[in-house]
Design a protein around this ligand. Structure first.
Ligand SMILES: [Zn+2]
Length: 494
């Protein structure tokens, strides 16, 4: 006797179709129902850490994260308002109890950004700060990869050596539009004035490659619009410094206690991330017997380690516990940023391949996982999961937009893509407007390969259709496992 063929086919498909991606997404979502309820941004963060699981190097010690915390906190404050619904599962960090902003919805290619004035006035400063912290978008392509433009009898193109010139702190290049912008003027220029080239460097874009002097002219005199914008940017960042100064005024003892609390929280977060455990519990009240992994492990840690015992949990000030969900997410975000930074340093601007697949998670949101494949410094092939992005639809153009936004965020050039690996879906493999063709238009050497794991699944299904014996064997093995697995007595007899 045998089960119906449909059962067998579904079984094979179920086990192979989702491959690793589905497991990762399901795993990260199962980590905490409460996390997903409160704003599931950290799913991507946690997963990125798990995917990029290279062991932390000595120079990336715990202490480094402490120096990163103000930046992370500042970036968190930078989130203020969700001007778009897209990527709603990303870095949602509350400005206050009523407002949230999705940092990942910001466009990093200057040619695709929306005007600062289109954002809500209450959110402009935090958005500006986010752009300033990210720095100017300066993708360094090969010289021949910058498009040529016919200008006054000769072909001219952008020269990336300008990034190293005196314009290094504000000059931005848009790969999509082949023009340069000024970061300062984009952020602060008054649109009612025509000084400093009018809207050229803030919204229109400058591409008179034969007139490098136009950049100097844009900077202008000390009181020019550009320099005023630069001063405003510096003032904006100095708000952070004032917080640091306030912190410095605290006594050394308070700083030491704060350091110990943060250190303990970071240690616990790193442990949970490395093991892929959930952070939160369903009942985290003090009377609860199971307060979630984070609090339980921190409590155990405090009992075992005298160094932190007197500084954490009930010994800590109520307003400075360093255990809130927001703090946990901030630390996870810092870990994600640092991990991605290490991966990109290892990549070192070299060529890479893209491995992309998408699937929906338990909350029925379509998630796209992006993996970089490259040759590491030791000469081995490395595959690192960079991020999981929520996409509203799986059309080739929207996937391409999400990927290019990610590459721009990390100053990676689409022209450095040398390989692509996707499943066999038509939106990826289409020969006319498929995702692989859209990427290939940006990089002609981005050769596409049909994912071997997906090929294996198709092969197994195909073989099982043609060869009844193979199908029966798989069903037989499946039945044996079901019979044995349903009884612990049978398992013990093995
Ligand atoms: Zn400017």
């Amino acid at each position: 006797m045998s089960l119906p063929r449909e059962y067998y086919l579904n079984l094979v498909e179920f086990r192979l179709q989702r491959c690793i991606i589905y497991s990762i997404i399901r795993f990260t979502n199962n980590k905490s129902c409460r996390d997903s309820h409160e704003g599931s941004m950290d799913r991507g963060g946690c997963t990125a850490i798990i995917g990029g699981s290279s062991p932390p190097r000595s120079q990336y010690s715990v202490k480094k994260y402490f120096t990163q915390v103000p930046k992370s906190t500042l970036a968190s404050q930078s989130n203020s308002q969700s001007n778009k619904k897209e990527n709603t599962n990303h870095s949602e960090v509350s400005l206050d109890s009523s407002q949230k902003f999705d940092l990942s919805s910001l466009k990093f290619d200057p040619g695709e950004r929306t005007s600062i004035l289109s954002y809500h006035p209450n959110h402009r400063d935090v958005i500006r700060r986010a752009y300033l912290l990210n720095g100017p978008c300066q993708p360094r392509l090969l010289v021949q990869e910058y498009p040529q433009t016919y200008i006054f009898g000769s072909m001219r193109r952008f020269n990336h050596e300008w990034f190293d010139d005196i314009y290094h702190d504000w000059l931005e290049y848009s790969v999509s539009k082949d023009v340069v912008y000024c970061l300062y003027c984009y952020l602060f220029k008054d649109h009612n004035t025509n000084q400093g080239g009018g809207e050229t460097f803030s919204t229109i874009g400058f591409k008179s490659w034969n007139k490098k002097g136009g950049l100097d002219k844009h900077i202008g005199l000390p009181n020019s619009i550009h320099n005023q914008s630069k001063k405003k940017c510096q003032d904006l960042l100095q708000q952070r410094r004032s917080i640091q100064f306030a912190f410095e005024r605290q006594s050394n003892q308070l700083k030491h206690e704060y350091y110990m609390r943060l250190s303990a929280s970071v240690d616990v977060v790193r442990l949970l991330i490395s093991r892929g455990f959930a952070f939160r519990g369903h009942d985290e009240s003090k009377s609860s017997l199971s307060r979630g992994n984070f609090l339980e492990i921190l409590s155990w840690y405090a009992k075992k380690c005298d160094k932190i015992h007197d500084y954490v949990l009930k010994h800590a000030p109520i307003n400075d516990q360093m255990t809130s969900p927001t703090i946990q997410k901030d630390i996870v975000s810092a870990c994600k940023i640092e991990t991605v930074k290490v991966i990109l340093e290892e990549l070192n601007g070299d060529y890479f391949a893209l491995l992309v697949d998408e699937s929906f998670d338990v909350s029925r949101k379509e998630q796209m996982a992006i993996i970089l494949r490259y040759i590491g410094r030791m000469g081995f092939v490395m595959e690192r999961l960079i991020v999981i992005v929520h996409v509203e639809d799986t059309s080739a153009s929207s996937l391409k937009e999400a990927i290019f936004n990610l590459l721009a965020q990390h100053s990676l050039s689409p022209s450095s893509v040398r390989g692509q690996c996707y499943d066999g879906a038509s939106n990826m493999q289409g020969e006319i407007n498929g995702h692989k063709m859209l990427i290939r238009r940006e990089s002609k050497s981005a050769h596409s390969i049909h994912c071997f794991a997906h090929q294996l699944q198709l092969t197994l299904v195909g073989v099982s259709k043609k060869c009844v014996e193979v199908g029966k064997l798989v069903v037989l093995i499946s039945n044996i496992f079901n019979v044995l697995g349903s009884s612990f007595k049978r398992m013990d007899n093995l």
